[in-house]
Design a protein around this ligand. Structure first.
Ligand SMILES: Nc1ncnc2c1ncn2[C@@H]1O[C@H](COP(=O)(O)OP(=O)(O)OP(=O)(O)O)[C@@H](O)[C@H]1O
Ligand SMILES: [Mg+2]
Length: 178
């Protein structure tokens, strides 16, 4: 079954100049798709459209055969869990006042009731954080640090761990420039 179908999607910020122009592709479960292009060609714009952060001008985006532009706020809730984004600028995704362990738990806590199992039921909160950090090959000491104490790449791995924590069906990775 198709996980994501993008059909003839067009999005422009300026009249007469399309950033995303009549784009179509399909992505199935367990597949990876890389989208490459020069700076400013519309990769992050596409990511915003997929997450319904930016409305599209025309075309359709289907997630598991459901047109996302037609979802209301209530229907968007499970969609927003199932499709996660790792932002190009990871600093923007982490609250500078929170320790990494608290940022990691935040998103999970928001959706824990909807997940089939609770990590907290068989392990401690700290063990769960440690497991998430191990998954992205970060040392457990990172848990007690603040975002500004990490490198850009480490911060990005924290945001990947955070996205994975709620078991989304699709992750959009908007890569950071070297
Ligand atoms: N919110 C916005 N309002 C107006 N214009 C925007 C907005 N977001 C992006 N743009 C414009 O749309 C174009 C595509 O930007 P986008 O961020 O999608 O590029 P990108 O492919 O992600 O580039 P990079 O590789 O540098 O991240 C650029 O010309 C940009 O100025
Ligand atoms: Mg970008």
């Amino acid at each position: 079954m198709s996980l994501l179908t993008v059909k003839h999607v067009t999005k422009s910020y300026q009249a007469g100049k399309a950033t995303v122009n009549n784009l179509s592709f399909e992505l199935n479960k367990d597949e990876c798709l890389g989208i490459v292009g020069e700076s400013g060609c519309g990769k992050s714009t596409l990511a915003s459209c997929l997450l319904r952060i930016a409305p599209i001008d025309s075309g359709s985006i289907f997630f598991k055969n459901e047109a996302i532009e037609q979802l209301n706020e209530r229907q968007l809730h499970p969609y927003r869990r199932n499709i996660q984004i790792v932002l190009q600028n990871p600093a923007a995704a982490l609250n500078p006042k929170l320790k990494i362990k608290d940022s990691l738990i935040n998103l999970y806590a928001q959706y824990s009731r909807e997940l089939n199992h609770s990590h907290f039921s068989y392990t401690s909160r700290d063990a769960f954080v440690k497991q998430l950090l191990e998954g992205v090959e970060l040392p457990s000491g990172v848990a007690n640090q603040y975002p500004h104490e990490l490198s850009g790449g480490q911060r990005q791995r924290v945001t990947i761990a955070r996205a994975i924590s709620i078991e989304p069906e699709l992750i959009v990775l908007d890569d950071r420039k070297p």
